[in-house]
Ligand binder design. Structure first.
Ligand SMILES: C[S@@+](CC[C@H](N)C(=O)[O-])C[C@H]1O[C@@H](n2cnc3c(N)ncnc32)[C@H](O)[C@@H]1O
Length: 350
């Protein structure tokens, strides 16, 4: 715990204050008010409250799943807000004190960022999440002029927060010119590359040349792998090299064995998980209520009239875990597979 962590008696900073207020409203709405002492309650009391909410949610799922006219995609998407809420409940109870409060410097640097574009899958994490990611890189990767960090997609603007404090080079790949210009304006020493990570490959000179790769890819199987594969290709072959993957597994867990496939693919490429920190990142859903986002919600949320769904739809934040990944020591890759993988994901070959 750092010295920026507020004491219990201090007023709660965002985003925790909003989460707690949302949970109180939700439980009042289902007729089971959270106790005055929340979140300082025993594990057995917590389990009772969680179960009470889960039972209502389960009833909602059964109702939605029983409607034959609702498309399976909408049935799956209907789980997004309930499952997110269960996570937020667990987060607020298990870590009653906010992980850390964001500094004014970070807020200032992010203040004039361009609005998120849904077509680019942009959903900004909270400034404190961005700062935590930068801190984690600083704690893990050697502070050395030869060290290099790559952000694969950087709508969360981690490069701007990291660069002034990092002794080595910071690079960013993104497709969005607005973001690349904003990064240039805020942190001119960040090296920027415009690459389409779906359609293009990474430049050949970026292969195996980064001590850390930071990414927050799309949450579906194809999109996440398009980004992750590039992260693997860019990672140096040194023991301290790390991939910092921010990822919400909800969509892939709901899509059968997609998460299992992701772990198997990582292992086939000599990558393993060193640590997983749950709900490390939060994403402000209210601030993202753009027109495009609203359209998406209309398209994917099932057209059911349910007071419980209306309450759950007010969840103020989405979440993502932080997966810290590293190369497996002494891993002997299948040479043919490695050659093909590097060739496919780097651009000199296309
Ligand atoms: C995929 S978005 C997702 C991030 C978001 N925080 C989330 O969790 O949903 C991450 C970054 O990738 C960038 N991006 C999206 N599509 C891209 C593409 N085809 N090539 C390169 N970058 C892309 C976006 O501009 C954004 O900065």
């Amino acid at each position: 715990m750092d010295n920026l962590t507020p004491s219990l008696s201090a007023p709660l900073p965002e985003p925790r204050a909003k989460i707690r207020e949302y949970l109180r409203q939700l439980f009042a709405g289902i007729g089971r008010e959270l106790p005055e002492a929340w979140p300082n309650i025993s594990p057995s009391e917590f389990a009772e409250y969680r179960q009470a909410l889960f039972d209502r949610i389960d009833g909602l799922y059964q109702y939605i799943d029983g409607q034959s006219e609702i498309h399976p995609t909408q049935k799956a998407f209907a789980r997004f807000f309930p499952e997110t809420t269960l996570r937020l409940l667990e987060l607020d109870w298990s870590q009653p004190e906010q992980r850390h409060a964001v500094t004014q410097d970070t807020l200032d640097r992010l203040e004039r960022r361009p609005p998120a574009i849904v077509a680019y899958d942009q959903l900004y994490c909270t400034p404190d999440s961005t700062e935590r990611r930068a801190n984690r890189v600083l704690e893990t990767i050697p502070q050395d002029p030869t060290s290099r960090v790559l952000f694969l997609g950087d709508d969360d603007l981690g490069s701007i927060i990291l660069a002034p404090r990092f002794a080595g080079e910071v690079h960013v790949i993104d497709l969005d010119d607005r973001l690349l210009s904003y990064i240039e304006e805020q942190a001119p020493n960040v090296v920027r590359h415009k690459v389409d990570l779906f359609l293009g490959g990474i430049p050949r000179d970026m292969v195996e040349s980064y001590d850390a790769v930071v990414l927050d890819p799309p949450w579906d199987e194809h999109g996440s792998w398009s980004f992750l594969a590039k992260a693997i290709v860019c990672l140096k072959q040194v023991p301290h090299a790390r991939i910092f993957l921010s990822f919400c597994p909800l969509e892939m867990e709901l899509a059968g064995a997609a998460m299992a496939r992701m772990w198997r693919r990582l292992a086939q490429h000599g990558i393993t998980a060193e640590a997983i920190e749950t709900s490390f990142n939060l994403y402000d859903l209210v601030a993202t209520e753009t027109e495009g986002y609203q359209k998406l919600m209309k398209l994917y949320l099932p057209p059911v009239s349910s007071p419980l769904m209306d309450l759950l739809r007010l969840a103020p934040y989405a979440f993502a875990h932080l997966y810290q990944l590293r190369r497996i020591e002494h891993f002997q890759p299948n040479r043919m597979r490695k050659w093909w993988f590097d060739w496919w994901h780097s651009s000199s070959s296309r």
